[in-house]
Design a protein around this ligand. Sequence first.
Ligand SMILES: [Zn+2]
Length: 79
Amino acid sequence: MSKGNKGKIDNLGRVVIPKTIRDALGIKHNDEISMTVDNAKLIITKGYKTCSICDTKDVTTQVSDKLLCDSCISEIKGL
Ligand SMILES: [Zn+2]
């Protein structure tokens, strides 16, 4: 695992993924990525991931090996 890279979020919420990490993941200009939050950690994955329940691309959370969107999480909480 790569570590020791630090960055700051700018006023538009952007962050630069260091070239060493992009190279390690094989991420190039205009590649699609997915971002999920797992246990207070941001996980960036190459390619799009979809919600395990509804297939939307707005995945926000990973539970075990399942990716979930906010809408499905709200529905589950309401059960
Ligand atoms: Zn969903």
